[in-house]
Design a protein around this ligand. Structure first.
Ligand code: F6P
Length: 362
């Protein structure tokens, strides 16, 4: 990636050519996830065809405040389709935490002379995008998160990869659980929604799935495990989402500190559950926390294609001047929806889906 000519060292000819071209910028914010690079690649490939020059803003909104930018050309996006993470880097910076940063962001947007910014992110990044858009900046959003908790789209990219990683882990846990006749608790991510837990639990044949949307009833789950063992099974797999909470309790946190968007760090419910299950059932119980493994590595084919479709749509939205909107999957179509629709409220697992999953409990 080259330093952007308007900011770094560049020949006069290079500068002139790029000044004549229309310009867009891309940034990636929040937690990284597999599939971001395919989005960036698709945007750049389509942008170049339309004679746009593309600027990459480094490390999310932090890069806009710091004016930390690079040039993105065909060479910069070559070979990144299979690469996890984001070539642009990311951060959880919230420019609206103080008025000054938001103003700097707006001024830098103007100084970069970009026609539009494509923001690739989840609830927080797109929340900022929506606020900047309301202040008159031309912004297009792309829905990214392994949690799949964004409203306004049927699927975020990254989710499929996370579900596949978690499913493979559950498959592997099965063989060791069976050999040792243990209860194995597998803690997955997902923040305040249970999509990863539900889908990985279903695909991995978990015996119990616990997600934030439906409080944990310890008596009920211990009874379910005991019943399963009474019918001859000597092991059980319990999938628990990090945001799940006991009927009478609150979420289990790694620490109480909040990030720039006011989020606490979830994690630890698996260990608490493990101890309670062992205490109440007398079955030997172990816990595995999948953590950031769910966010790392190469995207699945599904996420590569979804990311590519989102990138192409986002660039088309720039060409069509559809600003203040987000590319979205609606059924099998990629459409555009207002950014506010995406950040209004967290998309949670509906009761009917959880009821369906319960058929396989025990
Ligand atoms: O939003 C994605 C996510 O992976 C959540 O599932 C998880 O709670 C959080 O990010 C972890 O954030 P961090 O990378 O800051 O530890």
């Amino acid at each position: 990636m080259k330093k952007h000519p308007l900011l770094g060292e560049a020949s006069n000819t290079e500068r002139k050519v790029e000044q004549m071209q229309k310009r867009i910028a891309i940034l990636t914010g929040g937690g990284d996830c597999p599939g971001i690079n395919p989005v960036i690649r698709a945007i750049v490939r389509k942008a170049v065809r339309h004679n746009y020059h593309v600027i990459g803003i480094k490390n999310g909104w932090k890069g806009l405040i710091e004016k930390n930018v690079v040039s993105l050309d065909l060479g910069s996006v070559s070979g990144i389709l299979v690469k996890g993470g984001t070539i642009l880097g990311t951060s959880r910076t919230n420019p609206f935490k103080n008025k000054e940063d938001a103003e700097i962001g707006i001024n830098n947007f103007k100084a970069l002379e970009i026609e539009a910014l494509i923001a690739i992110g989840g609830e927080d990044t797109l929340g900022v995008a929506s606020k900047f858009s309301q202040q008159g900046l031309n912004i297009v959003g792309v829905p990214k998160t392994i949690d799949n908790d964004l409203s306004g789209t049927d699927r975020t990219f990254g989710f499929d990869t996370a579900v596949n990683i978690a499913t493979e882990a559950i498959d592997r846990i099965h063989t060791t659980a069976e050999s040792h006749h243990r209860v194995m608790v597998v803690e997955v991510m997902g923040r305040h929604s249970g999509w990863i837990g539900l889908e990985a639990g279903l695909a991995g044949g978990a015996d119990i799935i616990l997600i934030p949307e439906f409080p944990i009833d310890l008596d009920e789950i211990c009874a379910t495990i005991k019943k399963r063992h009474e019918r001859g099974k000597t092991f059980s797999i319990v999938v628990v989402a990090e945001g799940a909470k006991f009927k009478e309790g609150t979420e289990v946190l790694q620490d109480k500190e909040k990030d720039a968007f006011g989020h606490v760090r979830l994690g630890g419910i698996g260990q608490v559950l493990c101890e309670e299950i062992q205490k109440r059932t007398w079955f030997e119980t172990r816990v595995t926390v999948l953590g950031h493994i769910q966010r790392g590595g190469t995207p699945t084919a599904y996420d590569r294609v979804l990311g590519t479709r989102y990138g192409i749509k986002a660039m088309q939205m720039v060409l069509d001047k559809e600003f203040g909107k987000m590319a979205s999957l609606c059924g099998t179509e990629i459409v555009s929806v207002p950014l506010e629709k995406a950040v209004g409220e967290v998309k949670t697992v509906p009761p009917e889906l959880y009821e369906m999953a319960k058929v396989f409990f025990g």
